[in-house]
Design a protein around this ligand. Sequence first.
Ligand code: C2E
Ligand code: MG
Ligand code: MG
Length: 593
Amino acid sequence: MMVAPVPINEKERLAKVAEWCVMHQQHSGELAALVDMARSFFAVPVCLVSIVGECQQWFSAKAGLDLQATPRDVSFCAHTILQAQPLEVLDATCDPRFADNPLVTGEPGIRYYCGAPLLVENRIAIGSFCIIDTVPRPPLDQAQRTMLMAFGEMAMQIIAGMRRNNFHDQATGLFNRLKLECDVAAGLERGQPLTLLAVDIMSAEALSGIIRSLGYNFAHDLTLQAKARIASQLDNGLCLYKISPTRFAVLLEDAENVLPLCQRIVAALQAPAQCHQIPVLLDAGIGIAPISPQGEDRNSLEWMRRAVAAADTARRTAGRHAWYQPEVDAAQRRAFMLLASLSRALHSDDELSLHLQPRIELPSGRCRSAEALLRWQHPVLGEVSPAEFIPLAEKTALMANLSLWVMRAVLRILGCTRGLDFSVSFNVTARDLESAGFMDALLHALQEQAVEPQRVQLELTESVLIEQPEEVQQQLLRARQAGIVIAIDDFGTGYSNWAYLTQIPASIVKLDKSLVHRASSGGREALLVQSLAGLANELGYRVAAEGIETAEQLVRVCAWGCVEAQGYFIARPMPAAAFRAWFDDTQLAGSVA
Ligand code: C2E
Ligand code: MG
Ligand code: MG
């Protein structure tokens, strides 16, 4: 078999294939109708629109064939694209180029082939419109050849129409993301290093807020104003794309003037936009990412993600434009990876577990309660701290499931320690208390499993009141009325606003470990923490101290009037079985401290 020679202008030809966006294209009804029509007209079993890519030929439309693509090596059309006239093969078995071609010797058994090249600018052929028969045929007469060429031209017109529809953002009339992808692919094919600017005019949340309160028309007009302001800063020849509802893009071949351009765009977007007589401040950020013809950029859309990630970072900087930084991105990707694997973890048997850390009573040293702390053994990343994944989960709907998982595990532990004078606390977040769902589930589970509510403590930080104080208060009152104990966690790290705190029906205040540690240095700091503990005591809270790491700290917090203590000096958090052994040992010994 003779593999078709590669055209001398192959690089340019492949750039055209990319530009016309015809590889792996979606199904088109019009093209399908056209190949059906040609099949009937020529009375052949197979008719195809074949696009010849770097390694494959792709059938954009096909009649009478199951295949969607074949390797380029065996493609008849790879020969057709070498010429501007139709290529006709009357009997493939007699043609040395094709006699041992697997498409001839095997399925679909090609004997006759005639393909008209699909020509774009500069008479470059991106593929062919071809008819195929499984028996030899006489040559087409001139009228038939003209007709086949005409079918090819009609196919190109349909493809051009699809490109027009596919390449434009309806709302702004600008080129869209698909066109940007094609332009980048074409640039990289030419070996051209590129620089992409992703210009965010505001966050997606801000846009949906505007749509919610002012409507679609307002958001549309605001976007058009942003478009005009950005476009006014572009030098001749630079094209503006609209790549998402809040995001424009500019593609540069030369990174030299990129920073002055960014500064101009930022300045242009800074003045409030007057839209329907309402002044609106945009919240712009420009991400700058280089795109390299070497490496992975030719085969993936990573470059787009990098620019978009940088734009997000840029919005939080004073200059509002930032180059892509792999370190920042690595943190974001890790966060994304954690969130993406968290829902799987929730359904696996062995990734999540609870550790228990004892809390002892002062001054007796008896342990009557423990804090349940979540542990995650990620299959690839190893142990991930809750201090890392809980704040991430809190931003998503996964938090609700995570809290339910912890709650159920805590109730199982309490179910196994029935009869013991022992309670377990666990941490809940604002999200858990901002609607009735979590409390409904907790109260229901307590009842169903006949666990006394007094054996459950909820730990929450004062920040739970920030968003929806009334709803949170309502849920906490339900808990309190049912007999559940409420503790304010990490006390002393937030605002520690007493008026605020009295809105939480808590009976325990847990002094944060940072306070306990700071007080170790003595002086005014120690006095301050001592007063804080004293005040909490006087207000009727039971005061617990967290993060006790030394005997001195334990003595000190005892002197402050703390009635409970927790920390590595007493015991580290441990799996439930280890905790049970520790508990039995220390109870036998009478006390811990
Ligand atoms: P937290 O609720 O304040 O828990 C106490 C943290 O301090 C735990 O960290 C514990 O291991 C650590 N710790 C205990 N004693 C000492 C000590 O003596 N010295 C020092 N330096 N640290 C000590 P961990 O387990 O890494 O948890 C961190 C935070 O993650 C928790 O702080 C809590 O806010 C959150 N968290 C843990 N599990 C859950 C959970 O199931 N649900 C929710 N919503 N949050 C959780
Ligand atoms: Mg806690
Ligand atoms: Mg704490």
